[in-house]
Design a protein around this ligand. Structure first.
Ligand SMILES: [Cu+2]
Length: 129
């Protein structure tokens, strides 16, 4: 005796394939969107004048919580600030301006004089000429 649903079985197979296809399309879509979301991250380095560990804290704090900044780390020996950021949200120029605003000269932006004068004495580095 043949099962009564024999004729409807192939149909079900087709719709299962259609669902699989749809799932595949959705997964590819999600992968594409997330690749875009993470693909904007850029890593760059820029010279920032400064002296010590306290400078490091001040420089890094100036970028903490800033929209688009993923990480920022300044090396007191090399005087290089390494920054990971989303270039659709912030530019390198803006990043340097943030650091300059707290009193530190950067490669392309001169520090705010009042902020520089407010730095602890040990942090008043020899300014860039
Ligand atoms: Cu310092």
């Amino acid at each position: 005796m043949k099962p009564c649903c024999e004729t409807s079985a192939p149909k079900r197979k087709v719709s299962a394939n259609a669902i699989l296809g749809l799932v595949a399309v959705i997964l590819v879509g999600i992968a594409f969107v997330s690749a875009n979301a993470f693909g904007a991250t850029k890593k760059e380095t820029v010279k920032v004048w400064g002296n010590c560990g306290m400078c490091k804290k001040t420089i890094e704090k100036s970028l903490k919580g800033v929209e688009g900044i993923e990480s920022a780390s300044w090396d007191k020996n090399t005087k290089v600030l390494s920054v990971s950021y989303d270039d659709s949200k912030i530019s390198m120029k803006k990043i340097e301006e943030k650091v300059a605003a707290v009193g530190y000269d950067t490669q392309n932006v001169k520090a705010n004089d009042a902020a520089y004068n407010n730095l602890a004495e040990c942090c008043q580095y020899n300014r860039k000429k």
